[in-house]
Each structure stands twice: as C-alpha cells, then as structure tokens.
Ligand binder design. Structure first.
Ligand code: PLP
Length: 225
C-alpha cells in the first residue's frame, strides 16, 4: 500500500470520531514525509530533537510538528521553536526548561503530561501522584509560557487487548479527575494522546483524541541504516 492509500484509509476510520492522526515519521526520509504532505497530511510526530528540527527546515511551513519522544533538557532549545505540541512532559526539571525556552521564543508552549500506564515495564513518564505534584508545584505556578492541554499515555508493550483497553481507560479516568481538580488558566485537559499502529482502534474507543501512527503509514522502520 502507498503512503497516500494508507493515510486515506486511516483517515476514513479516524476522522469520524473527531480524533486526529499524528503521522509518526521518525527515521523516515524527508521524501516520505513529502509524500504524506502531498496526500494532505499536516500533522507529523517525531521523537528526536535534531531530526525534527532538520525535517522542519526542509518541509513546508504549514506542517504542525508534535514532539513525542523522551526529551532531554539540553535538547529543549531545538524543539520549542518548532513544536506545536510536546507530548512528553515528564518532569519538573523539563517543565522549567521548556518554560525558559518558550519565553525566549516568545511563545506559550502547549504540552501534554506523559503518564506512566504500563504496569510491568520501566518507561519514562509520571505516576498520577507525580503529575498532580507537578501541577501543584511552584515551578508550574511560575511557568507562564507553558500550557498543559492534556495527557499522553504510553501503554504496555503487549498483545493483550483487554490490558491495553484498561490502560487507555485509566488515562481517561485520570484526565477527568484532573479536570475536576484544577481550575487554572494554563491547564485545559482536552487532548488524550494514546494509541499506535497496533492498538489505535481500542484507544479511540477509550477516548483518544490524538492517535500516533507510524508503521501503518510509512511501513516498518529500519534502525540498521
Ligand atoms: C514510534 C512511536 C509511535 C508509532 O509507533 P507505530 O507502532 O509505528 O505506529 C507512537 N508513539 C511513540 C511515542 C513512538 O515513539
């Protein structure tokens, strides 16, 4: 299947629900992104700071770039000028750095809190308690250039669809809890980023608004080159 055909059939599934398709183009060449762009795709996700900055330089300016990977503080200055949304805010230290760079760039940076969903593995992300503590922190109170627009969940690496469903559901439940708990001009929990090529249908059934799909559009990634 071509990139255009894959996008066409995914959009037919995803758009009726109101969710948005983030085309995850990491490791793929600019020519592949251009093909997706020519087929109408405007929302792309990348997980490496340098790679995203370089691709943004070479591609049309109306692309909306989402940063979806683990973000190190020393890479924030590359990401903030480019990213419409950072999905992976996972520490108070990172929050302070994003705020600093966003102020320099003269923007308010939209971010999602990355919540730890998987039970069995160690992955980056905040527990629910840590997410609440971050939102209550003095750092957040002072971070005038950061807005929290939702949550991102990285689910377990499993084929057990019922486990995935329950993890996605817990993200939604937590989002509702935060909505009730925080009344703040820079907290507006509306986006839920969850679901990838293998599980986006379940994620959408459980309320995902941003599905991050790579291999189902661009084919398998080759990390050997
Ligand atoms: C690579 C990646 C995806 C896309 O994965 P596919 O299985 O190729 O759809 C989604 N989210 C994150 C955070 C990723 O790093």
């Amino acid at each position: 299947m071509s990139i255009a055909q894959a996008l066409h059939s995914l959009n037919a599934e995803i758009m009726p629900s109101g969710a948005k398709l983030v085309a995850v183009s990491k490791t793929k060449p600019v020519s592949a992104l251009q093909q997706a762009y020519d087929a109408g795709q405007r929302l792309f996700g990348e997980n490496k700071a340098q790679e995203m900055a370089e691709k943004a330089d070479q591609l049309p300016k109306d692309i909306e770039w989402h940063f979806i990977g683990h973000l190190q503080t020393n890479k924030v200055r590359l990401v903030v000028p480019v990213a419409a949304l950072i999905h992976s805010l996972d520490s108070v230290k990172l929050l302070a750095e994003i705020d600093k760079e966003a102020r320099k760039a003269g923007k308010v940076q939209n971010c999602l809190l990355q919540i730890y969903l998987a039970k069995e593995e160690t992955k980056f992300g905040l527990s629910e308690e840590e997410a609440i503590a971050l939102l209550q922190s003095d750092t957040f109170a002072a971070a005038d250039n950061v807005r929290i627009t939702g949550l991102m969940g990285l689910a377990s690496n499993t084929d057990d669809m019922e486990q995935l469903r329950s993890e996605f559901r817990s993200l939604k439940v937590f989002a509702e809890k935060l909505k009730g708990q925080f009344m703040h001009p820079r907290i507006e929990i509306k986006e839920l980023s969850c679901g990838m090529s293998g599980d986006y249908k379940i994620a959408m059934e459980e309320g995902s608004t941003l599905v991050r799909i790579g291999s189902a559009i661009f084919g398998e990634r080759d990390y050997s080159i």
